[in-house]
Ligand binder design. Structure first.
Ligand SMILES: [Zn+2]
Length: 543
């Protein structure tokens, strides 16, 4: 049930913590082919995709091709392209010449005839067709969703986080390497529209009663972010005056929901205001921002965030934090758009490090709340989400097998970040760290150590033990203390070896001060009761 713990959004509220007790599956060769940088992937750097797909709703089939442009990094003659069963590759060409290939499950190994010269840019064209997997529970268990709207028009969407884009199109299906730009050409029955990522370049009328929508993405894009949304959409738009000038915001919804959308989507400028403050400029001004209605809950598709939260505040009308603050805003607008900074701008190289997407984006909900409703509101929200933490499996998953860690990457990760903010104890410095991450790792794929080291360096505090404790261990540190000799003695327990973390306590004068507990006993005079700042996510135990 890998998909349940890999995906965006708030899985635990659906499935309960019991999912976390499931045994880990044994990994297969297919997991390695999908999740590792195989020799047949490592030698080439992906540069550009032109994906052309014809959608045939009447028999739920698709067919098309993907032109894959890459730069040769090392000498090699075999290239790996991924496409999942039951989809079929029908032909692969380089310079018009047909190539041999062999299939190994969901991976295809193509033998290149032309000598691949280091430093040269080359292309292959992969033709494919089939009946793509139908999404069972989008967006968590994805694929194609062939739905109809209330007027009987087709309403077709894709979602593939975790599962991978190769469920519906042939690609280099690994997070570490992104296309630097992409053209997406989608052909649909004439009365429908396709809304994909980036900007609409043109619409071509074809003689066979179809139309082709050409969408161009001018920035690096992760595979799972590529999406198609086909329906009888109506459109409205606005320009947001942001940090990098005018940002085009385009909204696509079904006609029956237009009036509701016009009210609910007023939260988009509020979201942009808060997140540009905390994280810096929206990372894809060139491609614009879109919010596109879909038949499932939503997903962080880059520059075309999908939306299915029923035009109401909360998470399908509920407040995940239980504090009331989660009902002040639309969870999908805030959370999925937060991923434009953490997931789409800064992307993990391996989904084992998916906390980089979900922990920061979970914390973005708190930061949005803080920006619009005050600091205590934001803090109450993140603390309120603690009841959703399982502490059964580490946040970081297994590497090189396309396996993310536990669902604690959301609420526990958010609380870890909130705790680190308390340690730093300087809100402007904290904000500069968040802005700095989005600047230094702009449009990059990263691993967890890059993020951890950057935060430690900018904080001026070695936080490596804190990250190890919260990301790689299931135990929550306990501040154990005894009252004796007119003061207290204290230490950290239920923690990793060598754990030390400063914590803020209330002293006898009712003022807050920092103490520096380690796993060794230390003492503090003049304090007879230990009251910690509740913003630290720790346990306290009096002996
Ligand atoms: Zn998410």
């Amino acid at each position: 049930m890998k998909f349940i713990i890999t995906l965006c959004l708030c899985i635990q509220s659906f499935f309960g913590v019991s999912q976390l007790f499931q045994p880990k599956k044994a990994y297969t060769r297919q997991d390695t082919l999908r999740g590792s940088i195989t020799p047949e992937r490592a030698w080439w750097n992906l540069q550009y995709y032109h994906l052309s797909v014809k959608i045939q709703p009447n028999d739920s089939t698709i067919s098309g091709n993907n032109l894959i442009t890459y730069k040769v990094l090392k000498p090699a003659q075999t290239i790996q392209i991924d496409l999942q069963n039951p989809m079929q590759i029908t032909k692969v060409e380089q310079d018009g010449q047909s190539l041999n290939y062999k299939r190994d499950g969901n991976a295809f190994f193509v033998e290149l005839q032309k000598k691949q010269v280091v430093g040269k840019t080359e292309s292959i064209k992969v033709f494919y067709e089939g009946k793509p997997r139908i999404a069972r529970r989008p967006p968590w268990d994805g694929g194609f969703s062939w739905k109809k709207d209330s007027e009987g028009n087709w309403f077709i969407t894709t979602s593939c986080q975790g599962l991978g884009a190769s469920v519906w199109w042939p690609c280099k299906d690994h997070m570490y390497d992104e296309a630097d730009s992409m053209l997406i050409s989608i052909t649909v029955p004439k009365k429908l529209q396709d809304i994909s990522n980036g900007r609409l370049l043109r619409v071509i009328d074809n003689p066979d009663d179809t139309r082709t929508f050409d969408w161009f993405v001018s920035n690096p894009i992760n595979n799972y972010g590529v999406n198609i949304n086909i329906g009888n959409y109506v459109h409205f738009s606005e320009k947001y005056k942001g940090l990098k000038g005018d940002l085009d915001c385009n909204y696509y919804v079904l006609p029956e929901d237009l009036e509701k959308a016009k009210v609910q989507f007023k939260q988009v400028p509020m979201m942009l205001k808060a997140f540009e403050h905390w994280f810096g400029p929206y990372p894809f001004y060139e491609d614009g921002y879109k919010l596109v209605q879909v038949s499932y809950l939503g997903m962080e598709h880059q520059s075309s965030v999908t939306y299915g939260n029923k035009f109401a505040n909360g998470y399908l009308g509920r407040d995940l934090s239980g504090t009331g603050w989660g009902l002040k805003w639309d969870f999908i607008i805030v959370h999925e758009s937060g991923h434009e900074w953490f997931a789409n701008n800064i992307t993990d190289k391996d989904i084992a490090d998916m906390w980089i997407h979900e922990s920061f984006t979970n914390y973005s909900e708190s930061l949005f709340t803080e920006y619009h409703f005050g600091k205590e509101a934001g803090a109450a929200y993140v603390r309120g989400c603690r009841k959703l933490i399982g502490n059964q499996e580490p946040i970081i998953g297994d590497y090189e097998v396309n396996e993310s860690g536990s669902g604690d990457m959301y609420y526990k990760g958010g609380n870890m970040l909130h705790t680190i903010r308390q340690i730093i104890d300087n809100d402007e410095k904290w904000r500069q760290i968040l802005v700095g991450l989005n600047k230094v790792f702009y449009h990059q794929t990263v691993d967890t150590k890059q993020i951890e080291n950057y935060i430690s360096k900018k904080a001026g505090i070695n936080l490596s033990k804190v990250f190890d404790q919260y990301l790689r261990n299931t135990k929550i540190p306990t501040l154990e203390y005894k009252v004796e000799n007119g003061g207290i003695t204290y230490r950290w327990t239920t923690c990793i070896d060598g754990f030390s973390m400063p914590i803020k306590i209330e002293n006898a004068k009712g003022k807050y001060q920092f103490i520096q507990p380690s796993t060794e006993w230390k003492s503090l005079k003049g304090v007879t009761e230990l009251k910690i700042d509740e913003n630290f996510y720790v346990n306290v135990k009096k002996d």
